[in-house]
Design a protein around this ligand. Structure first.
Ligand code: NAD
Length: 244
């Protein structure tokens, strides 16, 4: 892994799970890292914390501008903030669809729009979006979430095409079920958490959940100059779930 010495990175949803692991990995490799999150109160130095809701365009613009000013520029944007939803198309009403798409899809649009003027000034500009295997796996009981991540995948490819000649690479990672506070909450809410966990583990050929650090490693690779010729790709981090 190359080091990130001198690079400035902003990670949305960086207060928990995959985002937190990514922010900490980039910082450990020498990057100066800012975290944008609904609730960044638990984020410690050396990470910088900015409170913003990715559904609030003004708050996003202000937070990105403050982060870029404080860091002295922006080389890497990790669009990771996201929320889940369960059910078939009959289970989620229009308001739930709007809420999830607003965070998972438009959230990326807003942070990217705010960050691009800064990224264009960088000689190592990279955007990494946290997508999901749900984008292509056809998972049951995940209609809304899958549609939102399908949009993230398409958006990644379109953004890569739009900005490649400006020197801004855009890729995404597709995690399988990753052991984060999100999944812990999901398991806690299940009638039989142990059985539910076993079912999730059995779904992956490796027989275990993906770790947040493993997803962070893939994000760091796509954010680093090591992947300098790679743009418009989705990197699976799913324990072989879709490939085997
Ligand atoms: P998490 O709940 O542990 O962390 C998500 C973070 O995003 C939280 O800190 C939360 O405060 C923040 N956030 C949520 N809504 C926000 C908003 N409107 N504005 C700003 N911040 C907001 O979740 P995680 O498991 O680490 O998931 C991170 C990303 O990974 C999500 O995009 C998720 O869809 C994706 N993902 C997760 C898994 C998994 O199994 N955990 C699998 C595939 C993809």
């Amino acid at each position: 892994m190359t080091d990130f010495q001198g690079l400035k990175a902003l990670v949305t949803g960086g207060a928990s799970g995959i985002g937190r692991a990514t922010a900490e990995l980039l910082a450990a490799r020498g990057a100066e890292v800012a975290v944008l999150d609904l609730d960044p109160s638990g984020v410690d130095k050396p990470l910088r914390a900015y409170a913003a809701d990715v559904t609030d365009d003004t708050a996003v613009r202000d937070a990105v501008a403050a982060a870029a000013a404080d860091l002295g520029g922006l080389d890497v944007l990790v669009n990771n903030a996201g929320i889940g939803a369960q059910g078939t198309v009959e289970d989620n009403d229009d308001a739930q669809w709007h809420t999830v798409l607003d965070v998972n899809v438009l959230g990326i649009v807003r942070t990217t729009r705010a960050a691009l003027p800064h990224l264009r000034l960088s000689t190592a500009a990279a955007i990494v979006n946290t997508c999901s295997i749900a984008a292509t796996a056809g998972l049951p009981q995940r209609a809304l979430y899958s549609a939102s991540k399908g949009a993230v995948l398409s958006l990644t490819l379109a953004m890569a095409a739009d900005h490649v000649r400006e020197g801004v690479r855009v890729n995404c990672v597709n995690p399988g079920t990753a052991d984060t506070p999100w999944i812990a909450r999901l398991l806690d809410a299940a009638p039989d958490p142990a059985a539910e966990r076993a079912a999730l583990e059995a779904r992956q050929p490796t027989g275990r959940l993906v770790s947040a650090d493993e997803v962070a490693g893939a994000i760091a690779y796509l954010a680093s100059p090591l992947s300098g010729a790679t743009t418009g790709t989705a990197l699976a981090v799913d324990g072989g779930m879709q490939g085997l």
